[in-house]
Design a protein around this ligand. Structure first.
Ligand SMILES: N[C@@H](CCC(=O)N[C@@H](CS)C(=O)NCC(=O)O)C(=O)O
Length: 259
C-alpha cells in the first residue's frame, strides 16, 4: 500500500513539473499598440517598456487621417490614439482599450507594477493620473495649438493656456517638493506627465523656476525604459509638416461625422 502510494507520487511529480515548465516557456502573445509618437502615445510605450511586456507597434498616422479608419474606430471610437488590443485579456480573452489613462490603469492591474494594489496607494496615483488627463494634457495641448498651429494669432488664447500651464507646473513643483515622484513611488502618474513637461521650452516655460519639477523631469528621463518609450516611432514623424494645410485639414476643424 505504502509502496503503491510512493510509486504514484513518483509518477505524478514529473507530470506536474512538465506542466509548470510549459507555462513558463509559453510565450505571451504580444499586445498591439496603436500609436503615434506624441506625449499621449508615449504614456503607453513607456509603460510597456517599463513592464517588459511584449508588444507590436501599429502606427496610426494621425496626419494622414488613419485615426478615422473603420477598423481603428472599432477599437477607439473617439478617433484618437493610443489604444491597445491585449489578446490575453481578462478570462484569457482578447480585450481592446482606448483612452490612455484607462490603458495605464489596466496595464498596472494586469502586471501589478507601477500601480499599487492597496486602496490608499491607488488613490494617490489616481489623483495625479486624472490631474494629468484633465489638466496638464489638455491645457498644454491647447497651448500648443494656439501658439504653434493656429491660422490666426490669438494673444488672448495663447496667454490663457500659457498661464494655465504655468499654474499647473507650480502645482506639480509643490507636490514634488517633499517626495521623489507624484504619488511617492514612481508610478503610471509620472509616466503620464513626462511627455508633457518635457516640452517646457515649446510651452514658453522656464523649468528653472520649478526646481523640484526640474529634478523630477531629469530623474524620470534618465530611466532607460522612458528613453525607449519616448524614442518609439519618432522616425515615422520625420518630414511631416504640421503647418501643411493638408495635414491641418485632417487634424483641425473636426466635426461630428454621420454614422
Ligand atoms: N484623452 C485621449 C487623448 C488622445 C489624443 O488626443 N490623441 C491625439 C494625439 S496626441 C490624436 O490621436 N489625435 C488625432 C486627431 O486629432 O484626430 C487619451 O489620453 O488617450
Amino acid at each position: 500500500m505504502v509502496r503503491k502510494k510512493a510509486k504514484r507520487a513518483a509518477k505524478a511529480k514529473p507530470a506536474k513539473a512538465k506542466s509548470k515548465a510549459k507555462k513558463t516557456t509559453a510565450k505571451a502573445a504580444p499586445i498591439d499598440l496603436y500609436y503615434w509618437a506624441t506625449p499621449n502615445g508615449f504614456k503607453i510605450s513607456i509603460m510597456l517598456e517599463e513592464c517588459g511586456l511584449p508588444y507590436v507597434m501599429k502606427p496610426v498616422n494621425i496626419s494622414k487621417g488613419e485615426q478615422f479608419n473603420p477598423d481603428f474606430l472599432k477599437i477607439a471610437p473617439n478617433n484618437r490614439m493610443p489604444a491597445i488590443v491585449d489578446p490575453q485579456g481578462p478570462g484569457g480573452r482578447s480585450i481592446s482599450i482606448f483612452e490612455s489613462g484607462a490603458i495605464l490603469q489596466y496595464l498596472g492591474r494586469k502586471t501589478g507594477k507601477f500601480y499599487p494594489a492597496d486602496e490608499r496607494g491607488r488613490v494617490e496615483v489616481d489623483q495625479w493620473l486624472f490631474w494629468q488627463m484633465g489638466g496638464i494634457g489638455p491645457m498644454a495641448g491647447q497651448l500648443n495649438h494656439f501658439k504653434h498651429y493656429a491660422r490666426e494669432t490669438l494673444p488672448y488664447a495663447i496667454k490663457r493656456y500659457e498661464d494655465e500651464v504655468n499654474r499647473l507646473y507650480g502645482v506639480m513643483n509643490t507636490r514634488l517638493a517633499d517626495r521623489p515622484f507624484l504619488a511617492g513611488k514612481y508610478s503610471i502618474a509620472d509616466m503620464a506627465c513626462v511627455g508633457w513637461v518635457n516640452l517646457w521650452k515649446r510651452q514658453d516655460q522656464n523649468i528653472d523656476d520649478f526646481p523640484h519639477l526640474k529634478r523630477w523631469l531629469e530623474t524620470v528621463k534618465a530611466r532607460p525604459a522612458v528613453q525607449r518609450g519616448m524614442a518609439l516611432g519618432m522616425e515615422l514623424r520625420q518630414g511631416i509638416d504640421m503647418k501643411d494645410p493638408k495635414v491641418q485639414g485632417v487634424l483641425f476643424g473636426q466635426r461630428a461625422r454621420a454614422s
